[in-house]
Each structure stands twice: as structure tokens, then as C-alpha cells.
Design a protein around this ligand. Sequence first.
Ligand code: HEM
Length: 164
Amino acid sequence: MACESTYDEYGMYQTVLTLHSWNRWLALVLAVAATINAFLRTPHIIDGRPRGSKWDTCFMAAVDLQVLLGLLLYFGLSPYSTEAMNNPSGAMKSASLRFWGFEHEILAFGSMAAVRLGRIFATRGSATPETRQRRRIICFAAALVTMLAAAFAERRPWFRAWPG
Ligand code: HEM
């Protein structure tokens, strides 16, 4: 593939890819923690209003950071997405280009939407605490599953060495 030589170079691309690769673990650990927390507690009420937990906030922040790094890769740094955008129909014929150029992003944005929905269900609306809890569990579990698919459906290093 035309992108292989760029892939081997160190620099901005390798740095952002490595950060994106490591932050995946933070996001996954927080996804598990926030989902377990959602199982154990109903969204608590402070001053008469439902509040999200610290786990929800940390989980959402880690996913947002992951998406930000992903956008940098997608719209500038990654030879996979560049190749896929330049030749979408050709990219559909290569499993790897199709995954990094399209499928990975669909899964990632799906998981970002699920986290946000879970947070909205926990903190807004007039449903009972138990209903809000159930919806938050479903959304966070869906976010966890889609993140696992986004991160592990294509084989990549689990722990990428720091470039240098
Ligand atoms: C929940 C969110 C996400 C997770 C868990 C995730 C996870 C990963 C992982 C594990 C890799 C492989 C890293 C490596 O090779 O070491 C990767 C690569 C990549 N991700 Fe994500 N990602 C997420 C969101 C996004 C988003 C939103 C975008 C783009 C809009 C994106 C774009 C990319 C690109 C372009 C690559 C690299 C392809 C290359 O090797 O050049 N990611 N992602």
C-alpha cells in the first residue's frame, strides 16, 4: 500500500497515534468503571436535581479526548484515512483501509453518542431514578461494546512504544 513508508516515519503522526493508542486504555477502564458504578447506584439527587457521577464525567472526558486525537489522525496525519478519502471506492475493497477509513469512525462516533445519551438519561428528564439508572446502564454498556469493536476489530499493537 502506498502509505507504508509514511507509516514508518516518526514525528507528529507517530506521536498522535501513540497517544490515541494509549488513551484507548484509559477510556476503556473508565467505561468499565462508569458502567459498574451505573449498576451499583441510581443517579443521585443534589438540591432536588439529578446529577451524573464523577465516573460519568471522567468517562466522557476520556472519550472526548480520544475523538479529538482521532480527528487529528483522520483529517491530516493518518495515511490510511488520507488514502480512504482520496479513493473511497478503492478503499472499500481493502479490509484494512475500509476499517481505518470508515468503520472505525462509525463505531467511535456511535460510542461517543452512547456516552452522551447515558449522561443525559442520568441527569435530565422526569423519569424515576430506577428508569434513569437502567437507561444509563444500557447506554454505557453499548458505548463499551462499540469502543471494544473500534479498538480491537483490526490487529494493532496493544501497547505501542513511544516514538523516538
Ligand atoms: C472511542 C473512540 C476510539 C477508540 C477506542 C479508538 C481506538 C483506536 C485504536 C486502538 C487505534 C489503533 C492505534 C494503534 O495503531 O496503536 C486507532 C487508530 C485510529 N483511529 Fe481511533 N479510536 C477512537 C476514535 C476515533 C475517531 C473518532 C477517529 C476519527 C474521526 C479515529 C481515527 C483513527 C485513525 C485515523 C486511526 C489510525 C490509523 C492509522 O494507523 O493511521 N479514532 N483508534
